[in-house]
Design a protein around this ligand. Structure first.
Ligand SMILES: [Zn+2]
Length: 293
């Protein structure tokens, strides 16, 4: 009995010793878990099935933020509509924006699509630049490195493990990128349209041209005028691929496809957003297989 009690106490101490990390999106949760290993407990806030711009700030998410020692956010304005109210309710100074336990991962990325000027007439834009850098697998390593640095700073006693995990992850990811890049080569020069500019980092890297968007302005629903113009443009430029995310309506994309003989390709935007994408590898592989085959 005594031995059992000792074991239970030891186990609870070990559980207690884990660093509580909250990640805003599933892909961040996966990277944190890969680097943190057994030393972290990760809770993801946003569901991969929903629009990442409009996560519902459910009160059930507050306790995890309240006890977190680290919050890893996408940043670049993606959480602007939903994370601040949750942070306010959780009232945890450790993970407050700007504190040591708040990591804005967009700082690890060179942002593209930064608007020269910002005005309401341009739609609900991302004023800091495009925040959808997670769709490019080459952005994973800079993020993993930044996460390892932060975990090492907050939990110095496990620094060696975090650095070892980073090393192993880097080696594995470089091999993955090698295969990924080879598979994307044949798509260079391809032209596509997309619903929202979710895939710009990926498309830019592999020389795929994003010609237009189904939404006339970022965050604005498609209008019939814009849709008809799009159909004309696609016919003229022989564009046969429409990239559709899983969470927006697909009616407009299907209508355009019917008028142009283009194909609607549903691409995941995060880990777990479509079936068979539960890991980082399967998330990116699904993007490659659907986009470039
Ligand atoms: Zn966006």
């Amino acid at each position: 009995m005594k031995r059992l009690l000792l074991l239970l106490t030891l186990l609870s101490t070990l559980t207690f010793a884990k660093l509580n990390v909250v990640a805003s999106y599933p892909y961040l949760g996966k990277i944190v878990q890969a680097i943190g290993g057994d030393n972290v407990h990760v809770k993801v806030l946003a569901s991969p099935k929903r629009d990442p711009h409009f996560v519902i700030p459910k009160p059930s998410l507050i306790p995890a933020i309240a006890r977190a020692q680290l919050l890893v956010a996408n940043g670049a304005g993606l959480e602007i509509g939903w994370l601040p109210p949750l942070l306010k309710s959780a009232n945890n100074p450790k993970v407050r924006i700007g504190s040591q336990g708040f990591l804005d991962i967009s700082r690890a990325i060179h942002l593209i699509d930064v608007p020269k000027s910002v005005s309401r007439s341009m739609g609900d834009i991302h004023p800091e630049g495009n925040p959808h850098f997670d769709t490019d697998p080459h952005n994973v390593l800079p993020m993993a490195k930044r996460i390892a640095k932060k975990l090492s700073a907050l939990d110095a006693s496990h620094q060696k493990e975090y650095q070892d995990n980073l090393k192993a992850f880097t080696q594995k990811w470089k091999q993955f990128l090698h295969t990924f890049d080879a598979g994307m080569k044949s798509c260079k020069g391809k032209k596509v349209i997309q619903y929202h500019e979710l895939y710009n980092y990926l498309l830019k890297r592999y020389g795929i041209k994003s010609v237009a968007n189904i939404e006339p302005l970022p965050g604005i629903a498609p209008s019939s005028k814009h849709t008809l113009e799009l159909i004309q443009q696609m016919r003229k430029e022989h564009i046969t691929t429409i990239l559709q995310d899983p969470y927006h309506e697909k009616k407009t994309a299907r209508f355009i496809a019917g008028k142009t003989d283009a194909k609607v390709v549903v691409l995941p935007h995060d880990v777990g957003s479509v079936s068979g994408t539960k890991s980082l590898e399967s998330f990116y592989t699904t993007i490659r297989e659907r986009l470039c085959h």
